[in-house]
Ligand binder design. Structure first.
Ligand SMILES: Nc1nc2c(ncn2[C@@H]2O[C@H](COP(=O)(O)OP(=O)(O)OP(=O)(O)O)[C@@H](O)[C@H]2O)c(=O)[nH]1
Ligand SMILES: [Mg+2]
Ligand SMILES: [Zn+2]
Length: 376
């Protein structure tokens, strides 16, 4: 298509121009978390003929997105580039160029994101979900509580900027969930811990009452994430699968992230069971998970105390007094070391690269706008 015909018809086909350019369908997009504030910020995109869309699922080069006029499949080639932090992810809001071949032109800034280090050894972070407000960490009571795994999941959740909620599932399968409940509570300062069962309905309503905005379900395969999701949705919408009898591990039933509106308001994102949980730039998240150690450390004589054998170490004193388990300090150190290593790989070069690409996206948009402005 030459410039002449483009200027006659505009950059978008006549058909798309009949689509609403202002947000007029509250029962459509607001169910997916679209707000007045987001709508205001979108003005420039509306003027460029773009529409807001929330990404529900991402496949290779193609994603499913929800628009005010329904779901679409859209392409998202360049200018997003290979950096996973800049590629669309479930939960992202995007500016979509509608038409017969819908295309994601830009991602809106994320207010939160769950980012982990990928197993591949790449220094790029992998975004598990974007624009989330609540992270439900699900762990099964039917397998022994893995403190280190819980701490990792919590660090990931806190670092995202969303509020974690700890859910111990399958209460109907254990005689006494109280010990695990107490243990989880001690590992998760500042976090609500709930014991649930989808078989008896225990605390499902209490969980629903804790959820704010967009909630993501996170945890190992077989923990009962999709089952919890169905209980919250009030219908068997998400696939669930039996766990292995010998070790209670799941079979990775959920294979892609999914985004669905909750009946009482809010949005739910179900995710596949996490195999490995490597931290990525999660220093703040770790401080939250180990809040009691951070608190104790303020009373250490030296501000740079390593909590080893320094005189006047309040952390060691708490360990001696039986107030802080040695395991907890060991775990804190291990995760901090791991995190420092992961963070060091996100070096200056990558940061520069990211800034450059963000600029490229912006100038691409500017070019789109300019092009439109030139239309008669
Ligand atoms: N008894 C009992 N079984 C449960 C409960 N919640 C989940 N299950 C069972 O646990 C198994 C795994 O549940 P899913 O919901 O598929 O687990 P998931 O965390 O989504 O697993 P992945 O999709 O593989 O990550 C299924 O057989 C569920 O029926 C519960 O509260 N009580
Ligand atoms: Mg599942
Ligand atoms: Zn100390």
């Amino acid at each position: 298509m030459g410039v002449a015909s483009a200027s006659r018809r505009g950059p978008f086909s006549a058909r798309c121009l009949t689509l609403p350019h202002t947000f007029t369908d509250p029962s459509g997009l607001s169910r997916y978390g679209w707000t007045d504030a987001l709508d205001q910020d979108f003005t420039e995109h509306y003027e460029a003929g773009l529409l807001p869309a929330r990404i529900s699922r991402v496949d290779r080069g193609l994603c499913s997105a929800i628009t005010a006029s329904g779901p679409v499949r859209a392409t998202f080639a360049a200018p997003h580039g290979p950096d996973p932090l800049l590629t669309p992810c479930t939960g992202d809001w995007a500016a979509l160029r509608p038409g017969t071949d819908p295309h994601l032109v830009a991602l809106l800034p994320r207010h939160s994101a769950i980012v982990r280090s990928p197993a591949s050894g790449s220094s790029h972070g992998q975004v598990l979900a974007a624009n989330i407000d609540t992270v439900v960490i699900a762990l099964s009571l039917a397998v022994p509580l893995d403190a280190a795994k819980l701490e990792r999941l919590l660090a990931l959740a806190w670092e995202s900027g969303a509020q974690p909620v700890m859910v111990l599932t399958k209460a109907d399968l254990v005689a006494d969930p109280e010990a695990a409940y107490a243990e989880a509570g001690a590992l998760a300062p500042g976090v609500d811990v709930l014991v649930t069962s989808v078989a008896t309905g225990r605390h499902i309503d209490a969980l629903a009452a804790l959820l704010r905005g967009t909630t993501v379900l996170l945890g190992p395969s077989g923990a009962g994430k999709s089952s919890l999701g169905n209980a919250l949705l009030g219908e068997e919408r998400l696939a669930t699968g039996a766990v292995r009898t010998q070790d209670g591990k799941g079979r990775h039933t959920t294979v892609s992230r999914e985004l669905v509106p909750l009946p009482g308001g809010g949005v739910l994102i179900d995710t596949p069971g996490l195999r490995g949980i490597s931290l990525h730039d999660a220093a703040d998240g770790l401080e939250q998970v180990f809040a009691e150690i951070e608190h104790l450390a303020r009373a250490c004589r030296f501000s740079d105390c390593a909590h080893d054998s320094e005189p006047g170490c309040a952390v060691q004193a708490a360990i001696r007094a039986g107030e802080l388990p040695q395991r907890r300090l060991d775990s804190y150190r291990k995760l901090r070391r791991e995190n420092a290593w992961a963070a060091s790989r996100t070096d200056a070069r990558l940061r520069d690269e990211r800034a450059r690409r963000q600029k490229a996206i912006t100038s691409h948009l500017r070019a789109t706008y300019k092009f439109r402005d030139q239309q008669p």
